[in-house]
Ligand binder design. Structure first.
Ligand SMILES: [Cu+2]
Length: 164
């Protein structure tokens, strides 16, 4: 019994310290806002649950735009502005919540209008876990949360004022 307990403890220790793999990345509630303008921008949001070791989201690829950037919001006086970031830290057994007014995926230079009701395949590129493909449903232009549009939401709104 004693040796079994030690072996179990070792296994737990090893799994906690192991590098993240693609299967460790659980993506929940992805959504994108419909974006009507060719050449314009679009934004996507999702929650990443990491069941493995510490990792970083380095890039996102998608066929719908000329480029894709990782963005965050920083407070500048009373206004939140978007800022490009090189990567997003994904903590060991941690969660990254991308949502309106916070971290998000930004599509720059849309190739075509992105219409509500379609699904956009997006590939997340993690430093250790590698590529993870996510099917992102497109919601109404002002959507704030997955599956629902906020009444009176600003279509294509890019500035956020600290709403919850
Ligand atoms: Cu942005």
């Amino acid at each position: 019994m004693k040796s079994f307990a030690i072996a179990a403890a070792l296994l737990l220790g090893l799994s906690a310290a192991g590098p993240a793999v693609a299967a460790d990345m659980e993506v929940a509630n992805p959504f994108m806002r419909a974006a009507p303008m060719v050449g314009g921008t679009g934004a996507a949001y999702m929650t990443i649950h990491n069941h493995g070791g510490a990792d970083r989201l380095l890039a996102v690829e998608a066929g719908i735009s000329k480029s894709v950037e990782l963005h965050t919001h920083v407070k500048d006086g009373d206004i939140y502005r978007m800022r490009k970031v090189a990567s997003l830290v994904v903590p060991e057994h941690g969660t990254v919540e991308m949502k309106p007014g916070a971290d998000h995926i930004m599509f720059i230079g849309l190739n075509a209008p992105v219409k509500e009701g379609v699904t956009v395949p997006v590939t997340l590129k993690f430093e250790k876990a590698g590529a993870v493909v996510v099917q992102v449903p497109v919601l109404a232009p002002g959507a704030m949360v997955p599956g629902a549009a906020m009444p009176g939401g600003t279509p294509g709104g890019m500035m956020h004022h600290g709403h919850k």
